[in-house]
Write a protein that binds this ligand. Sequence first.
Ligand code: LHQ
Length: 255
Amino acid sequence: VILSSTRAGVRTLTLNRPERLNAANDALLLALTEEVLAAGTDPGVRVVVITGAGRGFCAGQDLGDVSGRDMTFTEHLQATYNPLIRAIRGLDKPVVTAVNGVAAGAGASLALCGDIRLWSASAMLIEVFSNIALVPDSGSTWLLPRLVGYHRAFELMALAERVGAQDGLRLGLCEHVYPDETFAADVQAYAERLAARPAHALALTKRALNAALTGTLDEALDREAELQQLAGDHWEHLEGVTAFKEKRAAEFVRG
Ligand code: LHQ
């Protein structure tokens, strides 16, 4: 259900249930979480890309796979979706969500939770939950209002409106939009650019930003002072400063 490939330090994880627009079942969610965590500890991986096979990114929960299960909604979320979102945001490496098509429900949450969100021109995001009278989950209620504000988030959730690529860009739901025809190559090129950046410093930056989203300025200042020590003591910092003085590009990939 998850395809994995690695090129130039970029691990691409592809949701692979194209006939269902990559709707998520337990097997897919557990496999994806495992792959994300494995990428985190693999020294050959500097950036993780999550994308979908076929014309969809992820249509959210597979609605053919929910009846007759012996789990409550709460247990289901805690066992499958929540560990995935935590794994992505907690990973010490940048995660790029490459949204190649429709992202709906928990699939929209997955699309939004990447550190970098790249959309194809035909990508579309739908907070579809209210269509089946459910509550947005998998982090959407936390992320979306931080991106678009409370009111627009409520409207998108209440009306389940479709957000296309240009609106996604305007609203800050993605960083870049690329043509469908060149999307995979454009994503790989972007990810390789990210992979050439100082990995240790980016890991600390991700940690600092995530903590800052829920903390005070005072806490952020203290945290920055601590993390800056870790960054400053690392060889990447010496390389960056040396390269600057020698008027050359810094080389942050070693080994
Ligand atoms: C699907 C699905 C799908 C199965 C398309 N399941 N087959 C919920 C419950 C419990 C606990 C945990 O958390 C959650 C979180 C959630 O994610 S709730 C939200 C669940 N997702 C949805 O309600 C989305 C349902 N799908 C749609 O609204 C549409 O399919 C979208 C807007 C995603 C795409 O529309 P179209 O581009 O028109 O494609 P389509 O509807 O024709 O779908 C293509 C095929 O994929 C079709 O199968 P078929 O055999 O007719 O070709 C769909 O049945 C299937 N599919 N989503 N979630």
